[in-house]
Each structure stands twice: as structure tokens, then as C-alpha cells.
Write a protein that binds this ligand. Structure first.
Ligand code: PDD
Length: 288
């Protein structure tokens, strides 16, 4: 596929990405005034689409923007977009902004929402990352207090993710007032004494679809879990720490701030969890 020929969706049409154009007055460009979703799709089957569409609705409600489509229409569009790509496992990105209008912070009257969708190859963590875990760094969470909304205003997360990149780490794990929140682009769970401990889904973290899937699969597998706030000291002294996201699935943390963490290898609970996660994916795209 040549650069620029990938088929994307913009405001009612499918077209090559090189021809997709949005006005410079789009409020997504001017204000980051929009919301988005990332839906993994295995062997062209979207994973947990109803959950993603529910979260999309919650994000739209949170920024007071009417949903431009019903769930059936979203579902059909996502599947249509997937069918138009030459690769099997995909990461569908969709965003809705408040549309094009003269610059004024207050909502414009009568502007139509901009809807953009693209689908890229789903790049899952490498075998080495799964088997040996990944490095994270830590920082104080300085983002706004509506982290439960999946908005396109992501500069706070961008700076955190770059901080990780600057230190050769995959993620920055954040703490607000000494409590674990999440990472720049994933949720964080820890394991203490054989129990998975996950911070509650409140306004300080994104309600991750993979976080929910992880806890659901863990429950089915008979693993113990608790949902409660986690102190920084507790997280940093945990037996295991995991990241979860649509593009990372579940990944073990084996280095924190440049020091070996949890023995430097993914722990036994992670191995169980990873196997449980893989067993819930369509057979053809499972990893050993
Ligand atoms: N990010 N927390 C943050 C801040 C995130 O950006 C994400 C996902 C998650 C995990 O959510 P989910 O399990 O639904 O993917 C948690 C996506 C993948 C992204 O922005 O690319």
C-alpha cells in the first residue's frame, strides 16, 4: 500500500488518506474539542465494540456534543472501514469533533460534527516485551480532572509519553497526590500477595476497555482481585505491575525509574493473566 492510498472515512465518504482534508477552523484543530476511540480488531473482528461505543457516548456526553450516529451506524461504518484495509489485525481510530466554526470558545450554533476514522495495522507488543516485560518511569499526574473522558486534547498525555520515551521507557506511570492513577496511554494494575489490585474507575483515569476485560477474564480464571485506591508506596513495592490497553493488551512492568522491578521478570500472576487474555481472542490471532 503506497503512502497516502490508505482508505479512511471522513464526513460521509471513504477516500484515500492523502485526499482527506479538514478545515483549519475545525475545533478539533483549534481547541482539541473532540473525543476519540481506539478499537482493536482481531482477524477483522472488532474486539468489544459495544463497550467502545458506550464509552464513546459517555465521552460525547461529557463534552456535551450530540452523537452524530447511532450504534448500528457506527458498527456498520467500523466494519466497512476494516473490510477496506489490506491487513488482518487492525487498530481502528475514530474521532468526533465539534466541527468547523469561527474561533470562539463557546459552542458554535449549527456546526456539524466532524467524523474521521482510519484503521492501521494492530501492532501488539513484541514477544520480547511479553516475555521479559517493559520499563516505565514515574511522574506526578498534572493532567486535568476529567481523565475519564477520552478527549483529543491529549497534550498532558503527550508530554508524559515523551518523558517515558526520553528515558527509554514505554510508559510514564502517574500518581496524583501520592495515589496511583494510570499511565500516559494505558491503565495500571498491581498484584499484592496473589491479589490483583486495580484503582477505581473514577474521574482520574480512563475507564479502559482492556482494564475491564482483564478483570473480567481474571475473575473467570478464579484470580483474586480488589478495586481500591493504591498508594504510591504500595504500587512501588508491589509483587507485580501491569499495563493494559487496546494496543498493549496486558504487559508486565519489570523496570521502574531505571531500576529492576519485581525481580526483573514478569511474575506468575501475569503469566496466568496473559494466557487467560489470549484464550479470549479469536483463535487465529492468539499469541503463544
Ligand atoms: N489509549 N488510559 C489512557 C490515558 C489511555 O490513553 C488508554 C488507551 C487507556 C487504556 O484504554 P483501553 O484499554 O480502552 O485501550 C488508559 C489508546 C490505546 C490510545 O490513545 O492510543
Amino acid at each position: 500500500m503506497s503512502e497516502g492510498s490508505q482508505i479512511v472515512y471522513l464526513n460521509g465518504s471513504f477516500l484515500p488518506i492523502g485526499e482527506a482534508r479538514v478545515s483549519v477552523l475545525d475545533r478539533g484543530f483549534i481547541y482539541g474539542d473532540g473525543v476519540y476511540e481506539v478499537i482493536p480488531s482481531y482477524r477483522r473482528a472488532p474486539f468489544r465494540m459495544p463497550h467502545h461505543l458506550r464509552r464513546l457516548q459517555a465521552s460525547l456526553d461529557g463534552i456535551r456534543l450530540a452523537n452524530p450516529m447511532n450504534d448500528e451506524a457506527w458498527d456498520a461504518l467500523v466494519r466497512d472501514l476494516i473490510a477496506r484495509q489490506p491487513f488482518e489485525d487492525q487498530s481502528v481510530y475514530l474521532q468526533v469533533t465539534r466541527g468547523v466554526a469561527k474561533r470562539d470558545h463557546a459552542f458554535p450554533k449549527g456546526a456539524a460534527a466532524t467524523v474521521f476514522m482510519m484503521s492501521n495495522p494492530l501492532t501488539l507488543p513484541s514477544r520480547d516485551q511479553v516475555e521479559h516485560g517493559v520499563a516505565v518511569v514515574t511522574a506526578d499526574d498534572n493532567r486535568w480532572l476529567r481523565c475519564d473522558l477520552k478527549t483529543t486534547s491529549l497534550v498532558g498525555n503527550v508530554l508524559m509519553r515523551q518523558f517515558a520515551a526520553d528515558h527509554g521507557a514505554v510508559e510514564t506511570v502517574m500518581f496524583r497526590d501520592g495515589w496511583l492513577t494510570e499511565a500516559s496511554a494505558s491503565n495500571v494494575l498491581v498484584v499484592r500477595g496473589g491479589t490483583i489490585v486495580a484503582p477505581p474507575k473514577d474521574h482520574q483515569i480512563l475507564p479502559g476497555i482492556t482494564y475491564d476485560a482483564t478483570l473480567e477474564f481474571a475473575r473467570e480464571a478464579g484470580m483474586a482481585m480488589e478495586i481500591r485506591p493504591v498508594r504510591r508506596e504500595e504500587a512501588l513495592a508491589a509483587d507485580e505491575m501491569w499495563l493494559s490497553s487496546s494496543t498493549k493488551e496486558v504487559l508486565a512492568v519489570t523496570s521502574v525509574d531505571g531500576s529492576s522491578f519485581a525481580g526483573g521478570e514478569p511474575g506468575p500472576m501475569f503469566r496466568r493473566m496473559y494466557a487467560a487474555f489470549q484464550s479470549h481472542k479469536p483463535a487465529a490471532s492468539r499469541r503463544a
